[in-house]
Design a protein around this ligand. Structure first.
Ligand SMILES: *[C@@H]1O[C@H](CO)[C@@H](O)[C@H](O)[C@H]1NC(C)=O
Ligand SMILES: *[C@@H]1O[C@H](CO)[C@@H](O)[C@H](O)[C@H]1NC(C)=O
Ligand SMILES: *[C@@H]1O[C@H](CO)[C@@H](O)[C@H](O)[C@H]1NC(C)=O
Length: 184
């Protein structure tokens, strides 16, 4: 089932090295920090990291990409550096989505993504509409720790929707407003 946060992915994957290089290049001059771009992979296993906690009431049935209107889904998914589940774990996505269209394809999602990255530690909060089979963007509404005041958006695309564990590529496009970088 397609409940994880889904976003269109338009940029190529930036690998760990690039991410850390970027982190290193900005951390030396923290007050000049403007943006950070990187991608991670979210792994969601039905009935293990993600659950339907309230059954929907109308519309489409439960399928690979649909859930009944009103379905409430909650997840705590690991995020890794590559699509391979065995790759380095670098984040956790905790959130919920509520099926919000009668065709069962759309939902409203809220999530907190905890990122204990090197030189960047904290969380990013996102909210937005998700479409199960089309690309979608979710605005970043803020963050904590090193991501305090952060803005931007997160994009995602399904990598593997077959089987019990589905995988999504999540691309982060984070921007710090001037007052955030001045405050740090
Ligand atoms: C983290 O920041 C420190 C101090 O600015 C820097 O020396 C180091 O290279 C950075 N490490 C990474 C992995 O970015
Ligand atoms: C997940 O658990 C629910 C409730 O026990 C069950 O109805 C459903 O078949 C399970 N789904 C899978 C894919 O195991
Ligand atoms: C995933 O990573 C593990 C451990 O590094 C490796 O053994 C396995 O072959 C990888 N799987 C794929 C599909 O690349």
């Amino acid at each position: 089932m397609a409940h994880a946060l889904r976003f269109d992915t338009v940029l190529p994957v930036l690998l760990c090295t690039l991410l850390l290089t970027k982190a290193a290049s900005t951390s030396h001059h923290h007050h000049h920090l403007k943006s950070l771009h990187f991608s991670l992979f979210q792994h969601e296993t039905i009935n293990r990291t993600g659950y339907i906690v309230v059954n929907g009431v109308a519309g489409a049935g439960i399928g690979q990409t649909t859930t009944p209107f009103g379905t409430v889904f909650v997840f705590q998914d690991p995020m890794t550096l590559t699509a391979n589940r065995s790759s380095k774990a670098v984040g956790i996505a905790q959130g919920t989505s509520v099926t919000s269209s009668l065709d069962g394809l759309q939902s409203i999602s809220v999530a907190k993504i905890t990122l204990p990255l090197k030189n960047y530690s904290g969380s990013v909060s996102i909210v937005g509409g998700t479409h199960n089979v089309k690309p979608a963007n979710h605005p970043v509404v803020g963050g904590t720790g090193d991501f305090l005041f952060v803005q931007g958006y997160v994009t995602s695309s399904p990598v593997d929707l077959k089987g019990l564990t589905v995988v999504y590529k999540i691309a982060f496009h984070l921007y710090w407003p001037p007052y955030a970088t001045q405050a740090s």
